[in-house]
Design a protein around this ligand. Structure first.
Ligand SMILES: [Ca+2]
Ligand SMILES: [Ca+2]
Length: 198
């Protein structure tokens, strides 16, 4: 078959002809080649996103692990384990940091009662019990304190607290985050008593 040489590309010193090797230039990428390139780019993007997601997950976990340890250490170092106040003329003594026994590390009772009335008794609020942060004065990143004065983990969930000498050993308390799954009592919970040296 006769090849009709048509110029593909003109330059002041060069004219590439449309036969032989130069025909590949005119053909460009085939559909298959384009698809392969797209698949490779998609796979690389997926790997990159997966790595970034994993790194972010690890970072949130590490931050919450550090937070739980900071809170537990602050409680160990705090003088006094009970808060005393007058309740209808009677002197009452309750374990500090969860005086309303709702399982949540106490935030600021005044601010919490303003949102959820009677979460803390009026006599307790009148005693000016300030909650965990008010009593310990421990410095935490702003992202770990919510508008109610509660200590919250990397996922915005208030830290839990419980008292039990048999379960938590010499410290007699446990602090934990319910972890990234947002469910209490599952394997991803971040617990003070599993790493806090007693
Ligand atoms: Ca509480
Ligand atoms: Ca959990």
């Amino acid at each position: 078959m006769t090849c009709v040489k048509r110029p593909l590309l003109y330059h002041k010193n060069l004219a590439i002809q449309g036969c032989g090797v130069s025909s590949r230039l005119r053909r460009g990428f085939s559909l298959i080649e384009l698809l392969v390139v797209m698949v490779v780019i998609t796979a690389l993007a997926g790997l990159t996103y997966g790595y970034i997601d994993y790194a972010r997950h690890r970072s949130l976990l590490a931050a919450s692990e550090g937070l739980v340890q900071s809170v537990a250490t602050a409680i160990v170092n705090h003088q006094g384990r009970y808060w005393q106040f007058l309740d209808q003329g009677q002197l009452r003594s309750v374990p500090i940091f969860d005086v309303n026994r709702d399982g949540l590390l106490d935030g600021d009772p005044v601010r919490i009662n303003a949102v959820n009335p009677n979460t803390y008794s009026a006599s307790l609020v009148a005693s000016e019990y300030p909650g965990f942060l008010g009593l310990t004065g421990v410095g935490l990143p702003r992202r770990n304190v919510n508008e109610l004065g509660q200590v919250v983990d990397s996922w915005g969930q208030a830290l839990r607290i419980a008292f039990d000498a048999q379960r938590y050993g010499a410290n007699r308390f446990g602090i934990w985050s319910i972890g990234p799954d947002g469910v209490d009592g599952t394997i991803d919970d971040i617990r003070s008593w599993e790493s806090l040296h007693e």
